[in-house]
Design a protein around this ligand. Structure first.
Ligand code: TPP
Length: 563
């Protein structure tokens, strides 16, 4: 038998990661230098970021588009920054693999310069986090971290390499084959079909109920269950709402589309889901945001819940029939069992009227030709400009509400990624998304407050030639927070506005100083041309759209406030 040749850890790591098809890695110097040199020879692009948090967000955007892990790396002192960047991918269920360096055992427990304990930092933001103490353990642990990141529910994982820069692991030797996942699996890693008895119980409950609403979530999106959910909705004549994250799962203009329910929503979806007799959740957590603190639907509502993760079943709604399996495969089977029952279309028609009435109230704002620009108008222009396979990456807060309520998606080819809650996430995430899909248009929608967080990544975008378009809704402040501070300030002089106002800043001037093209837009009639120029530029562009802080984004309908 021929003896297996040994290679060092850096060679193993670079070859194994490149072997997964990974095209980009996101990092801040100084870490894994030998591995990064190896990547150069293997054609993996090394995206040097300006903060570890931004590197994590880039890896998140990359992972969500690639459907497989995005990798970010930092040295020991950068570990805390990197961990803070894993909160959003953790909440957003994104398979980010984080690699850090940690000083050798002889440096531990004796006031080491620059280092605190890493394990507690990563405990809350990963599904699996482990030290790698020797190179011989590296292949096994990386394979596990990779599998764990991809397996339901996808979430970040972390390996802490011995050596400040991971160098002890890089220098050791291994004779393992340079393979992480021979099957090159993507999300969802597996597609189990739910138990037939559970499917039959669910089918009976669904066909017995007259007013069924579907709420499809991020798990349905990850499973690419759009066509199956639509087919089932048609068979049941059931309106379909989606979580904000799953907004692009179905065509926004489909006759059964009800919009996004919960806290970040326009009125129709909450009214529709609230008045359902039975709600079918598909790949959807029943957390506070999508249920408006468990009031949409009311807690006593009958629920059928399909989820790949059994822990989600009945977590918040007691009256739940659980169906555990891959959403796409299990909804397909459920639709087969249900067939084409005769259905009363009354609820679907009522829902369509609610949506149409709301759209009619929005029409004057969408067509408003005055300055300052209305964000509703900006969103309508983005709907028109986004290519059929375009990717929209939205920040949190109002950026999530505006894009989730006022931008329509084709439900076939377009992708919508949203921050899971961390302000500033969208710009670095959009750069990662563009790295994963260089041939698709990537448009980031952010407020100025969100954009300020990671402005320095404009330099990375230019240096690395990452041609994402950033649309800044520039209202010179934390617009979403204005209502809240005013409520608390009451009649105080200034009404608390100093807490939320900044600027005015011209982001085109900021962009230009980084060598990035900037287009300033102050009138509604200029938006379309600016978007066309930016999307056709083939280089990073900042479109700085001057808006006003006063107009409020759509407010959710709540059962306490009946309109
Ligand atoms: C890390 C983090 N800090 C604070 C917040 C709270 N927050 C949510 S939205 C928002 C204001 C957003 O302002 P901007 O990005 O300018 O958008 P606008 O509301 O003006 O459209 C803030 C401060 C948050 N979500 N994340």
């Amino acid at each position: 038998m021929s003896e297996q040749r040994t290679i060092n850890g850096a060679q193993w790591l670079a070859r194994a990661l490149a072997g997964t098809g990974m095209t980009h890695v996101f990092f801040v110097e100084s870490c894994m230098r030998r591995t990064l040199m190896e990547f150069e020879d293997l054609g993996v692009a090394r995206i040097l970021a300006h903060s570890e948090k931004a590197a994590a967000y880039m890896a998140d955007g990359y992972a969500r588009i690639a459907g497989k892990p995005g990798v970010c790396m930092a040295q020991s002192v950068g570990a805390a920054n990197l961990a803070s960047g894993l909160q959003d991918p953790y909440l957003g269920r994104s398979p980010v693999v984080a690699l850090t360096g940690r000083k050798e055992p002889s440096f531990q427990h004796r006031n080491s310069y620059q280092e605190i304990a890493h394990a507690p930092l990563f405990a809350a933001v990963t599904k699996f986090s482990a030290p790698v103490d020797s190179t011989t353990e590296l292949p096994r642990l990386l394979r596990h971290a990779w599998r764990a990141a991809l397996a339901d529910t996808p979430r970040p994982t972390h390996l802490d390499f011995c050596g400040l820069q991971g160098d002890v692991i890089e220098l050791g030797e291994t004779s393992e084959p340079t393979v992480i996942d021979p099957e090159a699996r993507q999300i969802p890693a597996h597609r189990p079909v739910a138990d037939e008895n559970d499917i039959e119980r669910a089918a009976a409950a669904l066909t017995a109920a007259r007013r069924v609403a579907i709420v499809a979530g991020d798990g349905a999106l990850a499973s690419q269950a759009g066509p199956e959910v639509l087919a089932l909705a048609e068979a049941l004549a059931a309106p379909i709402a989606t979580t904000l994250g799953a907004r692009a799962l179905i065509p926004s203009r489909h006759p059964l589309a009800a919009g996004v329910p919960g806290g970040y929503s326009a009125p129709p979806a909450n009214r529709i889901v609230h008045s359902a007799e039975l709600v079918l959740y598909v790949g959807c957590d029943t957390g506070d945001q999508v249920t408006l603190n468990w009031t949409i639907p009311p807690l006593a509502t009958k629920i059928v819940q399909i989820d790949a993760d059994p822990l989600e079943i009945g977590r918040s709604y007691p009256n739940t029939i659980g169906v555990v399996g891959d959403p796409k495969a299990s909804v397909a089977r459920l639709a087969q069992v249900i067939g084409r029952p005769t259905r009363d279309r009354g609820f679907a028609e009522e829902a369509a009227r609610i949506v149409a009435d709301w759209r009619a109230t929005m029409a004057p704002l969408i067509n408003d030709d005055r300055s300052p620009i209305r964000v509703e108008r900006l969103c309508a222009e983005i709907t028109k400009a986004l290519p059929a396979d375009g990717i929209l990456v939205a920040d949190t807060g109002y950026s999530g509400i505006w894009t989730g309520t006022m931008i329509d998606f084709n439900g076939a080819g377009q992708t919508y990624l949203r921050a899971a809650g961390s302000l500033g996430w969208s710009f670095p995430a959009s750069l990662g998304a563009k790295c994963a899909a260089p041939n698709r248009a990537v448009l980031c929608f952010t407020g100025d407050g969100g954009f300020y967080y990671h402005l320095a990544e404009l330099e990375s975008a230019r240096r690395c030639g990452i041609a994402a378009v950033v649309v800044v809704n520039n209202n010179s402040g934390f617009g979403q927070n204005l209502t809240g501070v005013r409520r608390i300030a009451g009649n105080r002089p200034g009404r608390g506005e100093a807490l939320v106002r900044f600027g005015p800043t011209d982001f085109t001037a900021v962009a230009k100083s980084f060598g990035v093209r900037g287009i300033r837009v102050e009138r509604p009639g200029e938006i379309a041309l600016a978007l066309a120029e930016a999307l056709g530029a083939g280089e990073p562009v900042v479109v700085d759209v001057v808006t006003d802080i006063e107009p409020r984004a759509p407010d959710p309908w709540s059962p306490g406030v009946r309109t």
